[in-house]
Design a protein around this ligand. Structure first.
Ligand code: BGC
Length: 737
């Protein structure tokens, strides 16, 4: 297929023509492909280009970013975002949308957490997979990013994420794996960082062995923008497209490497083939999209994402009995609805919560007073601003304070989790003056609730909800919508409690992932550390009960868990069934529990539904680095229904046969493994006994515990104490190979 092209033409297909598009070769029928951010809207730039969100782009709908979608715990919501973004991409002639981002929230400080779904790989993977499938069903391709272990912004273009393989396989890779194997994304974007010393963009193990050979990926690998360091090494490792191009400098390098015999031309041909397949697959269209309909959809989607953290005295929803409402805080009038950087969308319009509250309150004859409360840019006198807010609060039946973080952006990690001090002061002062106080938060990364949590009656975590978030928040406050979000990340008590605290963002070019698989709730639950709100937490205006758990082993180390969920309250609402698995089986340290299945059910008041969730082999497996594969250890597994990650409401234990684990034996293998081997073990025992007198044999049998003492000795060392004929030893090694 690439035969008719010269080597120079082929090389030119493998790097961008400009910032956002690939090189066409018209005489060979290869069109240009437009690639554009992503993930929660389209940032189509037709003027000056940049990947930092500085220059303008065409107006597009800003849907809820991943931080919000993660909290929906609803694949349907993720799919609707994906489909709408796909429609807009098509309208703009975009072939590949750069997203979604499925990196794990390793630390709440990561400046890009607003673009990522969760601290949990299953939740991230299921949502991203739904997003990609729906987006691609509209025609354009997706680019799942940033592959891999891009969990911080500090030094992101050089830092080495030093991660052991089990942790990569169990925590940082599964979301990518699920998207690749289930949703078949057109492209995967390599990350800027190094992994165990090797740049992701030139990491053959990652881009070829894991991604293509083990997961079967057949699309194209695209570099992050400017993330190619050695073009020839990257191509050889499996990176097909370098973005953006650099005026042909690296193309010439590829040509030179082939001519000098450093790079096999077959490698170039293979990437050219992938680029041509991509061009055919994502052939763009242009047209229009319905901006009004998308805005309305964005509002509905946003309402499914906010998390009601606290609701004492049933303060929310605001009922018609409440006459006077004080809305306080600049973010009510000037909303924070997206983060900064490459994902920044030029929204078609933006709803402010204040106006939306006025509309809803007005229709019910309620009055709304507004006080700015603080100035996010630090202008104005905080004291005065606060005094006005306190006066408004004192005259109201309820005060609703909009607080949050003014600026979060790609490229910068946060240094702490605190709200600005003037906002904390404001919340406390308002809470002291108002009969009831609600706090509505707008933030892309987790913020600390300490210092004011106990002063207020209700907290609605709104994250960043996209351009229609203001309307969604109003709907939730007034009960037009019922909150159904659940935390996709833990809210800790202190930054110092977070698992990566000592190793984030690393030092001297290395971020050591010393916490291993103990990320997020896996850590807090395993070490028993108290948190403010656990992963999976979220309240509703109605009440759900979960009962009749029945776990059935379905054979071959798989199971199903069935439960009955009942809405016992008086409103329709959504409930998330969370299934965790807890075990100590196997030779590796397991987290106290891990999310292994979930689904969201919507029930009318009084309605009950039997829900069945499948638990596949992977739900019980760990990644065995010695065997180099996913392994189910024989033993007991508690299947738990969690209200959240730290509250188990039902549990049933099952026993699994597990995989037969036979490790190859050598002189370096511990004696314990020799004895445990099903064939070699008895043979070894016979051989040892054969060399003993009757009396010695009797004593040896009596002292069976001796075996435990020598179990950890490598056979080579053990041979210093016992005598085993060489011929017998070799025979046993052959039997155990
Ligand atoms: C970001 C990517 C983005 C690309 C293009 C990079 O800085 O890391 O997520 O897709 O720019 O804007």
């Amino acid at each position: 297929m690439s035969d008719e092209l010269s080597l120079e033409q082929k090389a030119s297909l493998l790097s961008g023509r400009d910032f956002w598009s690939t090189e066409p070769i018209e005489e060979a029928g290869v069109p240009s492909i437009v690639l554009t951010d992503g993930p929660h809207g389209i940032r189509r730039q037709t003027g000056d280009a940049d990947h930092l969100g500085i220059n303008e782009s065409l107006p597009a709908t800003c849907f809820p970013p991943a931080v919000a979608v993660g909290s929906s715990w609803d694949a349907e919501i993720a799919a609707r975002v994906g489909a709408a973004v796909g429609r807009e991409a098509r309208a703009f002639g975009v072939g590949v949308v750069l997203g979604p981002g499925v990196n794990i929230k390793r630390s709440p400080l990561c400046g890009r957490n607003f673009e990522y779904y969760s601290e949990d790989p299953l939740l991230s993977g299921v949502l991203a997979s739904a997003h990609v499938r729906a987006l691609q069903a509209e025609g354009p391709g997706a680019s799942v990013k940033h592959f891999a272990a891009n969990n911080q912004e500090t030094d992101r273009m050089r830092v080495s994420a030093d991660v052991d393989e089990r942790t990569l396989r169990e925590i940082y890779l599964p979301a990518f794996e699920r998207v690749v194997t289930e949703a078949l994304p057109a492209t995967v974007m390599s990350s800027y960082n190094r992994i165990n010393g090797v740049y992701a963009s030139q990491n053959r193990w990652l881009l070829t062995e894991v991604l293509r050979e083990q997961w079967g990926f057949d699309g194209a690998v695209v570099s992050d923008w400017g993330g190619v360091y050695d073009r020839v090494a990257a191509l050889a490792a499996g990176l097909d497209l370098q973005m953006p191009g650099n005026g042909g400098v690296d193309d010439a390098e590829v040509v030179r490497a082939v001519r000098d015999g450093e790079l096999d031309e077959a490698v170039v041909d293979q990437s050219v083939r992938r680029m041509r397949v991509l061009a055919e697959r994502v052939s763009p269209a242009t047209g229009e999209f319905d901006a009004e309909a998308h805005h309305a959809e964005a509002r509905e989607l946003a309402a499914a994402c906010a998390v009601l953290l606290k609701n004492d005295r049933a303060t929310l929803p605001i009922t018609e009995r409440t006459r006077r409402i004080a809305v306080i805080g600049e973010f009510a009038a000037e909303p924070r609805y997206q983060g900064g950087g490459s994902s920044r969308i030029n929204a078609t319009r933006v709803d402010a919560a204040l106006q939306e509250i006025q509309v809803l309150a007005g229709s019910r004859g309620q009055t709304v007073a507004y006080a700015r409360g603080y100035a996010a840019d630090g202008s104005g006198d905080p004291l005065e601003l606060r005094e006005q807010a306190v006066r408004a609060a004192a005259e109201a039946d309820i005060a609703v304070v909009f607080a949050g973080v003014a600026e979060e952006s790609e490229g910068v990690d946060r240094e702490h989790l605190d709200l600005p001090a003037d906002q904390v002061e404001l919340i406390r002062a308002v809470a002291a003056a108002a009969p009831r106080t609600v706090v509505v938060l707008s933030n892309g990364g987790v913020v600390s609730l300490e210092g004011w949590h106990d002063d207020v009656d209700a907290i609605l975590e709104g994250w960043l909800l996209g351009q229609a978030g203001g309307g969604a928040l109003a709907d939730l406050l007034f009960g037009v919508a019922n909150p159904s979000g659940r935390l996709a990340e833990t809210i800790p008590l202190r930054l110092e409690d977070t698992p990566a605290y000592l190793n984030f963002p690393g030092e001297q070019g290395h971020a050591r992932y010393g916490e291993g698989v103990m990320v997020g709730y896996r850590y807090y639950e395993t070490v028993g550390r108290a948190v403010r709100y656990p992963f999976g937490h979220g309240l509703s205006y109605t009440v759900f009960t979960t009962g009749d758990l029945k776990v059935t082993v379905t054979g071959d180390d798989t199971a199903t868990a069935a439960v009955t969920v009942t809405n016992t309250g008086d409103r329709a609402g959504g409930h998330v069934v969370q299934v965790y698995v807890a075990t100590t089986a196997g030779p590796v340290r397991r987290p106290a529990r891990e999310l292994r299945a979930f689904t969201k059910v919507f029930l009318q008041p009084g309605e009950s539904r039997r829900v069945e969730l499948a638990l596949d082999r992977r739900a019980f497996a760990y990644y065995d680095v010695e065997l180099g594969r996913w392994t189910v250890a024989a033993g007991e597994y508690a299947v738990q229904i969690g209200q959240d990650a730290s509250t188990v409401v039902a549990e049933q234990t099952i026993t699994l046969t597990g995989d037969v684990i036979v490790k190859a034996l050598s002189l370096d293998t511990p004696v314990g493994d020799w004895f445990a081997h099903p064939v070699v073990g008895p043979e070894l025992m016979r051989t040892l006994m054969a060399g003993l007198s009757e009396e010695q044999a009797r004593q040896a049998e009596e002292q069976a515990e001796m075996l435990q003492m020598v179990a950890s000795l490598p056979m080579r060392q053990f041979l210093g104490f016992v005598s085993i004929p060489e011929e017998a030893l070799n025979r046993m090694i052959a039997m155990g190979a």
